[in-house]
Design a protein around this ligand. Sequence first.
Ligand SMILES: [Zn+2]
Length: 257
Amino acid sequence: MTTIHEITEYADEILQTENTPDYPSALNGLQLENGSEITGIAGAVDFSTRAINGAIATNANLLVVHHGMFWDGPSPLRGSSYKRLRLLIENDIAVYSSHLPLDRHPTLGNNVLLAKQLGLKPSATFAGFEGIFVGVSGEGKIETAVLVERVRKFAKNYGSDVRTTQVGRNRETKRWAICTGAGASAETLTEAREMKIDTLIVGEGPHWTAVYAEENQLAIIYAGHYATETLGVSALAEHLGERYGISSSFVSAPTGL
Ligand SMILES: [Zn+2]
């Protein structure tokens, strides 16, 4: 019999939950426990009603998410918050969340897995945050337009599309960096400039980042916040399922962003 505590203790260990800094609302680790043996694992990007219903549909009683139950900050358990909690408890579903620990993991992480999907080989870190690195970077010549098409193909699989800053004809990417999710920020753009990155692949970013990019000869490929964070939870759910001999699946719930 595999209990929630056995699985989450192992997950915390491989993800280094305890010593990975994060935003307070991430609350990494086990967020809601349950009472029964774990018989199915469902991975989803966001904690949402769609994710819970997806878990129920596949008989999963452990929901593994990237943006957890408390992502919006403290709020009263009323309306949809109450309904979600009730649905979880009525179905005895546990919730485990992993944000930056999962972004930066060397084999199950969103960033390394996105690089792999795009045929890029990371050789260095990127996106420093309080002593850790969330993203990856590397070198290798590729026509930027070709890379954009690869990213587009990937994003379309997850209900997203790609936006890019101006990419001139025959432009070449020589040094790239990836930071999934809200990866275009003042910090990452400064880091990109310091590292002489010419192409930055992110989930999303504010409008000013596109202007900054054009001014600094940087191409930014915005692949969708949701799409770029699907790979980590999928891989983690699958890994835990294989280790404990439990079925696992990914719940598709694209946000359109
Ligand atoms: Zn995110």
